[in-house]
Write a protein that binds this ligand. Structure first.
Ligand code: PAJ
Length: 279
């Protein structure tokens, strides 16, 4: 496994690959867990060479405190990456990526950026777009892998690739969960024992909401979920929405031809957890 911190060195290595070598790319912010590894394993199966980036991207954090507290576990990350036979790791510094100008580009993602996470995390998706575009330009992958865990992010990247006619395929991967259903996340490690114990309630409620959606209209399901969380003093619901998978617009009337997904964001004390389920 080769590890590069400089843009020039990783580009040189990629340029030196034999013509026709396919490159699969998994961008991450480190603090790797099995959810990340499942993306890398899928990339391994579908490409000759797998590149993983580890970069805690400052421009996508709307709260400074969140950026400072983001877990950094580079040594463990590198041994995990070795264990899944990752070929190339790119670990740039903020200076390497942004020089002295740590700022986002401004994007239009056809309105996807104004829904859900966009309403609560100012500038977040401009930051994500900026870094992912930059990484795509550096790594030049054939396929890049993103988790459905961050479904809005996945759809935004798909839109960016299409609009900017980037020559790669975006692959969405299933949400990897703990045995008790909690979606794996780097933030789970920061939960208190008490909050970790109650956190599977989020997915349990999503699964029940899916069943309720079979017989109830969207508003009734939303009300039901809100009532469930009212009974749960340790978890604070930020939003629960049922939206069209493609436009991410809140559902108005159920249309059997449309695909819907339920999205949720919850605070467990100061830790913000997100999840979603296909309906
Ligand atoms: P990060 O949160 O590290 O996630 C990296 C990738 O792993 C994302 O595509 C995310 O959706 C996926 N992932 C995280 N948890 C997952 C789970 N439980 N199951 C399946 N996939 C999961 O997302 C980011 O980093 C950043 O925004 C990034 C795209 C790297 C840009 O900075």
């Amino acid at each position: 496994m080769l590890v590069f911190a400089k843009i020039k060195s990783v580009q040189q290595k990629i340029k030196s690959l034999k013509k026709g070598t396919t490159i699969g790319f998994v961008p991450t912010m480190g603090a790797l867990h099995k959810g990340h590894l499942s993306l890398i394993e899928q990339a391994k199966k579908e490409n000759d060479v797998v590149v993983v980036s580890i970069f805690v991207n400052p421009t996508q954090f709307d709260k400074k405190e969140d950026l400072i507290n983001y877990p950094k576990t580079i040594d463990t990350d590198l041994s995990l990456l070795k264990s899944v036979f990752c070929d190339i790791v790119f670990t740039p510094t903020a200076e390497e990526i942004y020089s002295n100008n740590i700022q986002s580009q401004s994007f239009s993602f056809d309105g996807l950026e104004h829904q859900m996470e966009g309403k609560f995390r100012d500038g977040h998706f401009n930051g994500v777009g900026t870094i992912v575009k930059r990484l795509f330009e550096i790594v030049t992958p054939h396929k890049s892998y993103f988790g459905e865990k961050d479904f809005q992010q996945l759809q935004i990247i798909r839109t960016m690739v299409k609009k900017h006619q980037m020559p790669l395929k975006v692959i969405g991967c299933d949400i990897y969960r703990e045995d008790d259903g909690l979606a794996m996340s780097s933030r789970n490690a920061r939960l208190t024992k008490e909050h970790r114990k109650i956190a599977p309630f989020i997915y349990k409620t999503l699964k029940q909401a899916k069943i309720e959606f079979g017989t109830k209209n969207a508003l009734e399901v939303v009300n039901w979920v809100e009532q469930e969380f009212d009974k749960q003093p340790l978890l604070e619901l930020e939003y629960f929405e049922i939206a069209d998978e493609d436009t991410l617009l809140t559902i108005e009337n159920k249309n059997p031809k449309q695909k819907y997904r339920a999205f949720i964001a919850v605070f467990a004390d100061k830790i913000r957890l997100i999840d979603n389920i296909s309906l």
